[in-house]
Design a protein around this ligand. Sequence first.
Ligand code: 2AM
Ligand code: CA
Length: 268
Amino acid sequence: MDIQMLDEIYKNAREWIEIAGNNIRSKINQPLTVDTKSNPNDLVTTMDKETEAFFVTKIKETYPNHFIIGEEGFGDNLASLDGTVWIIDPIDGTMNFVHQKRNFAISIGVYHDRIGEIGMVYDVMNDVLYHAKRGQGAYKNDTKLSALKKDVVLEKTIFAMNHFWLCPNRLVDEITMQKFVRYIRGTRAYGSAALDLAYIAEGITDGYLSLGLEPWDIAAGMVIVNEVGGVVTDIDGEPLDLLSKHHVFACNPAIQGEVIGILKEGRK
Ligand code: 2AM
Ligand code: CA
């Protein structure tokens, strides 16, 4: 894709994110209609739908030949990432949005012929935008993020992950995971995959492990993490396609091999 076109898409995405963020903030204390999706804890609100519909309308009006993958189903049903594809989560961290009215993000990734070109993760309530264009570094608002440190040792890392890893699960033996969390310095559970990836790019966490994420949870964050030299793969270190669900392991590459080795010991 030529640079001029990319810059225009980037400018529009930023403008639309600002409008959508303002709208969410202005209605944050209004009563919400909350429905459930795949299970009683998988939430969706009218704001998720309204926000996705806003982006889809803007994109289709401006770029009728672009494609959209969106969590709430206003986009297209795609079997490939050929062409220009917007991958959108209107509210990533819907449980936080509903229960806490904070710690959620708008996540927008723009891919061209399968390659992540633009990533934007907007922490709406803090008005912080993490953003990146491929090959041009990653930013937190106007501040360029540094490349990830190379001298990180696993014993001194913080991992974002949730309690599901420590309960009996079908992927990695929970005893192995219990050993792992005691070996590293600490864990955090933020509840928004997009923000979890942005925090790795910012260097305030070192790893993120999550079971069963959808493309819209990670598409934008992957571009941002890649720009500071981080890696986002499955838990065996294999690349992720953005057309299906994956278990995700994002980290500073200094610790990637060691963690994959530890998890392998507990693989079922
Ligand atoms: P969401 O809020 O957009 O649904 C919470 O740990 C993270 O996992 C959030 O990024 C959340 O995205 C995502 N998540 C929650 N339920 C999920 C599900 N059933 N499938 C995939 N991702 C999910
Ligand atoms: Ca969502």
